[in-house]
Ligand binder design. Sequence first.
Ligand SMILES: Nc1ncnc2c1ncn2[C@@H]1O[C@H](COP(=O)(O)OP(=O)(O)OP(=O)(O)O)[C@@H](O)[C@H]1O
Ligand SMILES: [Mg+2]
Length: 233
Amino acid sequence: MILQLNDIRKEFKGRSNHSVLAVDDVSMQVEAGEFIVVNGASGSGKSTLLFTMGAMLPPTSGQVVCDGTDLYALSPSRRSKMRNLRIGFVFQTFNLISYLNSLENVAFPALLAGSSKKAAMQRAEDLLNRLGLGERLSHLPVELSVGERQRVAICRGLVNAPDILLADEPTGNMDPELTQETMELFRGINRQGQTIVMVTHNPELSETGNRHVLMEKGSIRAERIVSAEDKAL
Ligand SMILES: Nc1ncnc2c1ncn2[C@@H]1O[C@H](COP(=O)(O)OP(=O)(O)OP(=O)(O)O)[C@@H](O)[C@H]1O
Ligand SMILES: [Mg+2]
């Protein structure tokens, strides 16, 4: 098992005692090789849950256990290191570095993880080629279309061959054709063993993975295994 979430609650405390319970008592396990699609309406807590899984947002209570290690019991620097090596994250808002080109943005986490510049750049170029961005290697984010930026963000999430890829609305800004291509890519890397948790508010993508989780108001409302017959429909 790669990740285990135990009774996760996340409460955001705002001004004047106003608070939001964004995630309410969620427990789930992510097994190696799974492709989990988390669906739910806007505001149902999907991104909050994914950030918590991704070692970026401490829960108010509960644990996230990665290979036997409680992520939020680690010091922030050890947690960052573990995140860099083991968890790839594709942000809903991309978070590309504005002054780095596509190649450099994708190579950056590999350099942080200690790869040589040559190896990092080569891997970044291979990934960008695979996602059809071979002609956009030296473009800055501002010089890319929104869908292209999203593909750069996906490549960056994959560059360290993470144990688990967490993707927040990775097709949110893509047209239907590109959405299909990107889902084909995700299914392909999943068949090669890449574990994926993908969050989307697009109900049409709920059959894409092997397991579907539906969130409602911060909790898991329903969960089911997606069979081959479901996918054929
Ligand atoms: N930093 C924050 N401070 C206060 N409230 C927050 C914060 N982040 C999220 N929330 C609230 O928590 C709830 C869940 O937010 P979250 O971003 O997880 O939803 P989501 O399911 O990802 O929605 P979407 O599909 O629109 O991306 C929302 O009601 C949101 O307003
Ligand atoms: Mg979100």
